[in-house]
Design a protein around this ligand. Structure first.
Ligand code: GDP
Length: 431
């Protein structure tokens, strides 16, 4: 959903405007002790359109002064918002601090709506023309307190939203899988099992370009594109000493795919070469499913040791769905599809800014970052900047310790899932 940030000096009426936009729900928010103070992003709706409303009023000037506080607000809005609402006090007119904010806002390519607040009457409305001098276009007069023009402002905000991507998700066609793993884990065998008589006739798959090296296969009644399978199909075996080329090949396949199906040999110990493939996949930021092949060779004993090995060796990908298959017998091969779907869903998952900030305030209230040198490090504002894979930006008042970031990441997975995908957390400390 689009994000709208409200920026402006203290006392221009930002919070009043935010409450006006949220309606009754703002009152509910303020009833939760200990949570409200840091919560600045809310889920809002107007004319059936949902958006996140960010109240940057959280950064009132501290010892460093007004110019700095407002510059920080403006910068944050520019980085994270789709629409910026810049509020000034129409009774005071433009001030130096307003002009400082405008200098920053002017360089953004995002729509900025200049709001002249405290225009409580028609006469005052007519007097907002002073604000043209800010160079942000026509000032929009409102009275946040009395609700004057606030509906019109909301219309204006909504019209400024970026175009929605038109149903791309539905039309995206078959998803792209890279089938990877060290030599002899059974990649070719699995491909043959899935593809049967080479179904790599590619032209008639709607809306997709399929490279000649790719194969279109059906798993569990659904079409998938297995990328870069030419080598596997022809059963080309490379000469010895070619691990370097194998790694390049894996990289190319994974880059071309959305999800990597990493094949492991369940009948053998997890090797360093397996680990290298996994690291490659994790670093690529693609979704990941683990398939333990040759399950027909696994007996009770081996099963027991394999579980131990997995706990010990696969910590870096403990979030990946797992399937136990046999390319030889065809065991559970259909189940791969379900795991792929789960992983792709986690990969594309999004949390709204409102929900995320609410969650993180609660988390920090319960388990704060350890304080070492006076100031308690805190997330002031968080946003999910991207999906596929999920990427989060945390704006903080001080640098964060790795341990605490790991804690946040673990809790994110516990509370929101994100199966089958790496997650990235980026910390941006103030200053
Ligand atoms: P690739 O190098 O990863 O493509 O591996 P291959 O598909 O060439 O398989 C390597 C060896 O493992 C071959 O001898 C296969 O017959 C054997 N193999 C593959 N999958 C299975 C399986 O599920 N069970 C058993 N028992 N053997 C398998």
């Amino acid at each position: 959903v689009p994000t709208v940030a409200v920026v402006g000096r203290p006392n221009v009426g930002k919070s009043t405007l935010v409450n006006r936009i949220l309606g009754r729900r703002a009152a509910v928010v303020q009833d939760e002790p200990g949570v409200t103070r840091d919560r600045i992003a809310y889920d809002a709706e107007w004319s059936g359109k949902q958006f996140s409303l960010v109240d940057t009023g959280g950064w009132e000037p501290d010892a460093d002064g007004m110019a700095k506080a407002i510059a920080f607000q403006a910068e944050l809005a520019m980085r994270t918002a789709d629409v910026i609402v810049f509020v000034v006090d129409s009774r005071v007119g433009p001030t130096d601090a307003d002009e400082a904010a405008v200098r920053i806002l002017r360089s953004t390519h995002k729509p900025v709506i200049l709001v002249a607040n405290k225009a409580d009457s028609e006469r005052q409305e007519a007097e907002v023309h002073d604000l043209w001098s800010l160079g942000l276009g026509e000032p929009f007069p409102i009275s946040a307190l009395h609700g004057r023009n606030s509906g019109d402002l909301l219309d204006k905000i909504i019209w400024a939203f970026p175009e929605e991507p038109t149903g791309k998700l539905k039309e995206r066609g078959p998803r792209r899988i890279a089938l990877v793993g060290r030599p002899n884990v059974g990649k070719s065998s699995l491909l043959n099992r899935i593809a049967g008589e080479d179904r790599a006739v590619v032209d008639n798959v709607a809306g997709t370009t399929v490279d000649p090296v790719d194969s279109v296969v059906e798993i569990d009644g659904e079409d998938w594109i297995l990328v870069d399978t030419a080598g596997l199909r022809k059963r080309v075996k490379f000469a010895s000493g070619t691990e370097y080329y194998a790694a390049l090949r894996t990289e190319a396949a994974v880059e071309a795919a959305e999800v990597a199906l990493v094949l492991l040999d369940a009948s053998e110990p997890i090797s360093e070469q397996d680990q290298r493939v996994l690291t490659q996949v994790v670093e690529s930021g693609r979704a990941l499913v683990l398939a333990f092949n040759k399950w027909d060779l696994v007996d009770e004993d081996r099963r027991y040791y394999l579980e131990k090995e997995i706990d010990r060796e696969l910590g870096q990908v403990s979030w990946a769905p797992r399937v136990n298959v046999s390319a030889l017998t065809g065991r559970a091969v259909e189940k791969i599809a379900r795991s792929l779907r789960v992983a792709l869903e986690g990969w594309g998952q999004r949390i709204t800014t409102g929900e995320l900030n609410q969650w993180i305030s609660t988390l920090q209230a319960a388990t704060p970052h350890p304080t070492r040198s006076g100031k308690a490090p805190k997330v002031i504002y968080a946003t999910q900047a991207a999906a596929e894979p999920p990427r989060f930006i945390l704006f903080t008042n001080a640098p964060f310790e790795k341990q605490y970031l790991k804690f946040i990441q673990r809790k994110l997975r516990e509370d929101f899932g994100f199966p089958g995908t790496p997650i990235e957390l980026v910390v941006k400390p103030r200053e």
